[in-house]
Each structure stands twice: as structure tokens, then as C-alpha cells.
Write a protein that binds this ligand. Structure first.
Ligand code: PXG
Ligand code: PLP
Length: 492
């Protein structure tokens, strides 16, 4: 605003926030809110979390931020704050280097602080801070759509942009409904998800998802049914890569089709590898079977690739690794290397053409979109990320290190409480026996102990999930598993 003040609607001047002037953008520093102590939610005062870095301004009161998917009260007693990141490491508020075993939250596939992305975003914000994409656009949105569809499986030639995986899922579900309606099959309104599936937190996503805690407090979409999950430890524990047993779990889809009638079912949505729920690798032949059954009954198949997209399994998308092409792919996270929020739905031409051509030529064909669909900063970040992935051949790199990754993971067999180890591409999971009466507490303790030992992992239930940046070196894989083994060998 460069010092000019907006008039309010009555012609009087708006007061500045709290009476202080906002700094303008000409190099004035933000007011210094670093401090010598922070106040936890119970009023106790901790040590300066910011001593290690005079560049970072940390909030001095942890109470106001209602943290997502977090035990707020527990966290605010013993906070863990990241203040900077570079390559394979975070730096914590107490000045420690933390090896990133989970690419932030499955998103920073090229590692942290990549100059190309930083500079692209800086240049973008200084050039075109925002442009609408409703009845307008900007060039990079088209460039990015072309780059993404070139990476996608053959025939998936259209990209719809949004801001997260959750929005991508809701967008894809709507596309499925719109597609069937455009074909004159408007009775196809039901969706089939899967137990233990995670499809984000929108109402559509939790309805097709199968994680009980994410669903039980909320009203859900009607007309959704679920396949059973594919986890079968009795037959498949300690599988190397894809488990042998369980392709037949896909046959359950036939049973649901008989129950509901194919003419009422719009789409099946699954994660090719279920991530959030604790890393469930699809049994050999399972996804192929789902595809065959969907084809036989005119049902769309949606792969939710929010985690598996952008190289996690050694190919651009899991669809390519498994040789199964869905009708829609949802993606997010790695599309911008985690730097700027962005989600995307990739659609087969048949869907785009059918929906588009069903509408009169001058009318909007698909009544859906987000203010920030194809935001210029996100497009710039995504284009730079894709360049890095390509220049460094990062997806193929996964294939080169996967064997070592698998070996080091499976070397954990025999450590106390380890009841299963699972892996594919650069994903790994360690399942621990739960403590009687306290499910989740053992893995949570492992998470805290790892963090104290300088390693970031992710836990869900009693499962530790690993998904490091694809740039990880062999020595860092060794460091990761050495630290983890140290923690597991003393875990109660
Ligand atoms: N689908 C899948 C398959 C995901 O993994 C989403 C949708 C939702 O994306 P957004 O961007 O709306 O969060 C995800 C997200 C974990 C974890 O601990 C995983 C996700 C998010 C947060 C934590 O495994 N995946
Ligand atoms: N709520 C209101 C009142 C809005 O005006 C809008 C968008 O214009 C939205 C929600 C949706 O926001 P978004 O497009 O960022 O998803």
C-alpha cells in the first residue's frame, strides 16, 4: 500500500492496526517480535527458543495457533519448532540439525531451500503477484498444465488446479459426477472408497476416506461404500516391496457393484500406495484387477497420488510404476516441492471432452474452481520444481537407491517390538506392537526420541513412516537407519 490509506465506506480513514503503522515493503524491518522467553499454554516460561538464529522471529505465545492434526495441549508444553531448512536437514529452534526422514510431510522431494525454486517464486511475486483464472489467465498456468500432462500417463491430457490434496480430491469427485451426467448417466452418484484410505479433510475426502477418527465426528456424503483395506500381516508381514498375497481383495468390488448396481456408481477412489494410514503397499495384481472391474462396469477409477506423485516410487506417478492408468489422478505436495500450496487433478481427455462438449458453446462447462487455482506463485514454484526433478533425474534416482533403502529398512527386523516392515520406492514403514491399553503411545515415544536424536520421522498409530527427500545420499540413508535402530533398541 506504500503508505496510502484506504478510505472506509463512510469516507473516514481506517485506523491502522493497533494504532501502529504497518511497515511498507521498502526494506523496513517487521517489528522485532523475537524475545527472550516464550510462554507455554499453562503460563510457564521456557528458554529462548530463538537464540540459535537472529534472523527468525518466533511468536512469544503458543496459544492462539490452533494446530492441525496435533495434540495442542501436549505440543504446547514441549514445542518442537523448525526455524530453517537446507538440503536434507531442518534446523530446530534449539539450534540442532534434524535429518528430514519424511520430506517435510511427504512433499519436499528435491530437498529443502532449492535456489531455483526460491528465485522463481521471488521473481514471480515481484512480477505478477496475483491474476484471476476465472475468465482470465496468465501464461504460466498453461505452461505448467502442459508440463504436467507431459509427465502424466498417456492420455491424461488435462490439468485442473487447486491448492491442496483435499481440494484435488473434492474436485476429482465432482468431475466424476459431472462426467456421468454429461453422458446421460446421472444416476451414477455413488462413490467407492477403501478402509484406511486418506483423501484429505474436505467432506468429500473424509466420506470416501476410511480413517475412523477423521470421520466419526462429522456428517458425511451419502451413498459412499468402502472396499476392505489390503493390509494382511498374517500372510504378508516383512514383504520386500509389493506383497504376494491379496490381489483377490479387489474382487470385493464386484460384490459392492452387485449390491448397489453399476448404474449407480460413479467412481472408485484409492491411493495406489496408502501413505497416511501407515504405508500399505498394494498386493501384486490388485490395482490391475480394480482397473479391469471398473472398465467392465463403466466406473471411473481415481488414483489419489498426493503422496505417490512426483517420483516417490521412481516414476513420475505410481500409475506408471504399476502400469495401471486411472481416469483421474489427484496430486499436490511434490508438485511445488512443498514450497507453495498447490493441488492438481489430471484428467483423461475423454472426461474433459465429454464434460466440455455437453455444455452450450458459450457457457461455463464445469461450475467449479478456486480463487487461487493456478496461482502465479504456485505455478512458478511448480515449474522450477519440475525443472529440478528433470535436470537431476530425481525420479530415476529412486530406482538406484531403492535396494539399499530396502536393505537398511529390513535390517531393523528383530529389534524389540517390530512386528512388520514395509517398503516400496523411497517409502518405508516400521510397525510396532502397541502397548496394551495405550495404542499409539509407543510410536509417539519413538517419534519424540528420534527428534531428540536429530531425525524427523512421521507416526500414525503405532506405525513409523519414512519418506525422505529423493536427493538422500547412501550415507544419509545409513545415518537415518542407524539413528532409528538406536531409538528402537532402547524403546520401552
Ligand atoms: N490424499 C492423500 C493420498 C494424501 O496423502 C491428501 C489427499 C490431502 O492433501 P492436503 O494437501 O489437503 O493435506 C493427502 C495428504 C501423514 C500425512 O502423516 C499425510 C498427508 C497430510 C498430512 C499428514 O501421513 N497427506
Ligand atoms: N467464501 C466466500 C465468502 C468467498 O467469497 C469465496 C470466494 O470468493 C470463498 C469462500 C471460496 O474461497 P476460495 O476460492 O479461495 O476457495
Amino acid at each position: 500500500m506504500r503508505g496510502t490509506r484506504l478510505p472506509d465506506s463512510r469516507g473516514t480513514r481506517l485506523p491502522d492496526r493497533r494504532g501502529t503503522r504497518l511497515p511498507d515493503s521498502r526494506g523496513t524491518r517487521l517489528p522485532d517480535i523475537s524475545f527472550s522467553a516464550w510462554r507455554a499454554s499453562d503460563g510457564t516460561v521456557g528458554d529462548n527458543p530463538n537464540e540459535a538464529s537472529d534472523m527468525t522471529h518466533l511468536a512469544n505465545d503458543l496459544d492462539a495457533f490452533w494446530m492441525p492434526f496435533t495434540a495442542n495441549r501436549q505440543f504446547k508444553q514441549t514445542p518442537r519448532l523448525m526455524v530453517s531448512a537446507d538440503g536434507m536437514y531442518y534446523q530446530s529452534h534449539d539450534g540442532r540439525q534434524i535429518l528430514d526422514g519424511v520430506a517435510g510431510l511427504w512433499c519436499c522431494n528435491a530437498g529443502h531451500n532449492r535456489r531455483k525454486i526460491v528465485e522463481a517464486v521471488q521473481k514471480s511475486v515481484a512480477t505478477l503477484d496475483f491474476a484471476p483464472t476465472f475468465q482470465m489467465a496468465h501464461p504460466q498456468a498453461f505452461t505448467l498444465a502442459n508440463r504436467l500432462t507431459a509427465l502424466a500417463p498417456d492420455g491424461m491430457d488435462h490439468a485442473f488446479f487447486c491448492n491442496s490434496g483435499s481440494e484435488a480430491v473434492d474436485s476429482a469427485l465432482k468431475m466424476a459426477l459431472a462426467y456421468h451426467r454429461a453422458r446421460g448417466e446421472g444416476t451414477r452418484t455413488r462413490f467407492i472408497g477403501r478402509e484406511r484410505g486418506y483423501h484429505g479433510v474436505g467432506f468429500g475426502g473424509i466420506s470416501v476416506g476410511g480413517i475412523v477418527n477423521n470421520r466419526k465426528h462429522f456428517a458425511l456424503l451419502p451413498g459412499v461404500d468402502h472396499l476392505r483395506h489390503t493390509h494382511d500381516p498374517a500372510r504378508n508381514a516383512f514383504s520386500l516391496g509389493q506383497p504376494e498375497h491379496g490381489a483377490e481383495f479387489a474382487d470385493e468390488l464386484e460384490r459392492l457393484i452387485t449390491l448397489h448396481d453399476a448404474g449407480n456408481i460413479a467412481a472408485v477412489i484409492v491411493e495406489p500406495v496408502a501413505g497416511s494410514t501407515g504405508v500399505l503397499i498394494p498386493p501384486r495384481g490388485y490395482l490391475q484387477k480394480l482397473r479391469e472391474i471398473c472398465d467392465r462396469h463403466g466406473i471411473l477409477l481415481i488414483f489419489d497420488e498426493v503422496i505417490t506423485g512426483f517420483g516417490r516410487l521412481g516414476t513420475a506417478f505410481a500409475a506408471q510404476r504399476f502400469g495401471v492408468t486411472p481416469d483421474l489422478i489427484t496430486a499436490a505436495k511434490g508438485v511445488t516441492n512443498g514450497t507453495v500450496p498447490m493441488g492438481v487433478v489430471l484428467a483423461k481427455s475423454e472426461l474433459y471432452q465429454t464434460i466440455t462438449e455437453a455444455a452450450p458453446s458459450h457457457s461455463i462447462e464445469f461450475f467449479h474452481g478456486y480463487t487461487y487455482s493456478a496461482h502465479p506463485l504456485a505455478c512458478a514454484a511448480a515449474l522450477a520444481s519440475l525443472e529440478i526433478y528433470e535436470e537431476e533425474d530425481l525420479f530415476a534416482r529412486v530406482g538406484l537407491i531403492e535396494a539399499h533403502w530396502q536393505k537398511r529398512l529390513h535390517d531393523l527386523a528383530g529389534l524389540p517390538h517390530v512386528i512388520d516392515l514395509r517398503n516400496l520406492g523411497l517409502i518405508g514403514a516400521i510397525e510396532l506392537a502397541p502397548r496394551p491399553g495405550a495404542p499409539g503411545s509407543r510410536a509417539y515415544d519413538a517419534f519424540v526420541a528420534c527428534y531428540e536424536q536429530g531425525l524427523l520421522v512421521r507416526v500414525t498409530g503405532d506405525i513409523i513412516a519414512l519418506s525422505p527427500p529423493l536427493i538422500i545420499e547412501t550415507a544419509e540413508i545409513d545415518q537415518l537407519f542407524d539413528r532409528l535402530a538406536g531409538v528402537l533398541s532402547t524403546l520401552q
